[in-house]
Ligand binder design. Structure first.
Ligand SMILES: NC(=O)C1=CN([C@@H]2O[C@H](COP(=O)(O)OP(=O)(O)OC[C@H]3O[C@@H](n4cnc5c(N)ncnc54)[C@H](O)[C@@H]3O)[C@@H](O)[C@H]2O)C=CC1
Length: 400
């Protein structure tokens, strides 16, 4: 029987009213159905419940655009390889899902609804399994990577250099998920802060966020020689190989990571694109990568780096350990830093409407920046960020 999108939406909207309880019930049923599956999940299931609902919402609302749905499910299937999910695990998930719908969408449940959900789940599982199997022919489910360097750049921030044991293919602008030995089965996404290198190493910029398990482990409890696990590279915030337009790259805080990778990629390429990189931070001390950026710009005249500080008052004295400490004043005099929030300084320049623009950083900063760019006449098709796409991945909790 073909999937009936109307039936799916109707029943799902009932379940959504009790989403927290429904997700809890679902995992209870799943682990009762096949207790071995519990070992695939992290000890704390809170974030997992949100992911299940996000995936179901996406599946229900994409029924009318099968190509988008299939692309999403294929990504989901490939990404689930790193959790150890195998084809024989799918039937238990389907049984638990139908039991959950039956219990929480009781008011609109019917034999037709049951048939529609069974068909939709079978189809989703088929697409995920097929994508995972295709992927398995070429790539491992995860990579073991050695920490080659660990630099504390500020109290709560570290730049890690990782060396995967086997080549991990990626494009500048993409991200990987990371698991540390301290938190088994907990994966968090981090943008790769460099373009692909001959030695295969990857750099990550990690800020330890309050109560962040993986970020805290990476910043405070990781040393050179330790190993971490990496999932496959994901994300579509990459350079358009056909475009020769100049580039505006905007990175707020550790959102610098992917745009720095794009800058490296662009200045290396044959095309002579001018690259303007606006790097936003709250204070001078938060410009944790200014030294490297200054070196990159010195080596590539096509690149201009503009620091933008959002604290309105300049600090009275330069704090110890300031990012400026090892940069001579003539390299980047602090007077050259613009003052303001990143979105608010954009109208102090002319002519962004002919640029390709890439934006990364805090969610609200991205939203405001996109709105301002639109008002300045930049077509939305030329503004790239992975806000929506990042929300599509199964581990979207912003790198905690
Ligand atoms: N691909 C991506 O989009 C990436 C996003 N991130 C995200 O970026 C964030 C970075 O956090 P932190 O380093 O702590 O940055 P932060 O909170 O120190 O802020 C950095 C910059 O963003 C600006 N900013 C912050 N909130 C703003 C708002 N509401 N409106 C306008 N501007 C705002 C600040 O003025 C500053 O210039 C994290 O949420 C992380 O998940 C990190 C890496 C990649």
């Amino acid at each position: 029987m073909p999937t009936d999108p109307r039936k799916l939406k109707e029943t799902f909207s009932r379940l959504e009213r009790h989403s927290g309880e429904a997700a809890e019930y679902f995992y209870g049923r799943l682990f009762a159905e096949d207790p071995r599956l519990r070992a695939l999940f992290p000890p704390a299931m809170g974030a997992q419940r949100g992911r299940l609902l996000h995936a179901l919402t996406r599946i229900v609302w994409s029924q009318d655009s099968p190509a988008d749905l299939d692309a999403y499910l294929a990504r989901l299937g490939r990404d689930h390889r790193k959790y150890g999910v195998r084809p024989e695990h799918y039937p238990a998930v389907g049984t638990a899902l139908l039991a959950t719908l039956r219990a929480f969408a009781a008011g609109s449940w019917s034999p037709e609804a049951e048939a529609a959900w069974a068909a939709a789940y079978r189809r989703a599982a088929d697409v995920m399994i097929e994508a995972a199997e295709r992927d398995a022919a070429a790539l491992p489910p995860w990579w073991v990577a050695e920490v080659a360097a660990h630099e504390r750049r500020a109290g709560d921030l570290a730049v890690l250099t990782l060396r995967p044991g086997r080549p991990l293919p990626f494009s500048a602008g993409q991200y990987v998920t990371v698991q540390t030995a301290r938190w088994p089965r907990v994966w968090r996404p981090y943008s790769i802060a460099n373009a692909p290198r001959r030695d295969g190493t990857l750099r990550l910029h990690v800020r330890a966020v309050p109560a962040g398990w993986v970020s805290g482990a990476l910043v405070r409890h990781t040393r050179p020689g330790d190993t971490v696990l990496l999932g496959p590279a994901q994300g579509a915030m990459t350079l358009d190989p056909e475009s020769e337009r100049d580039l505006l790259l905007i990175g707020g805080g550790t959102g610098l990571a992917p745009v720095k990778a794009l800058a490296e990629q662009a200045v290396r390429s044959e095309t002579r694109r001018e690259v303007r990189l606006l790097v936003g931070a709250r204070t001078e001390a938060d410009l944790y990568d200014l030294h490297d950026l200054t070196m990159l710009a010195a080596a590539h005249p096509a690149l201009t780096v503009v620091p933008v500080l959002s604290e309105t008052q300049p600090p009275r004295s330069r704090p110890a350990g300031s990012a400026f400490a090892d940069v001579s004043p003539e390299d980047v005099p602090s007077a050259e830093a613009m003052r303001g929030d990143l979105p608010d300084v954009l109208d102090r320049f002319d002519g962004w409407d002919e640029h390709d623009v890439y934006v990364a950083g805090p969610t609200e900063m991205i939203r405001r920046t996109v709105t301002v760019l639109q008002a300045l006449g930049v077509p939305l098709t030329r503004v790239h960020h992975d806000l929506l796409k990042a929300e599509d991945v199964p581990a979207p909790d912003g790198g905690s």
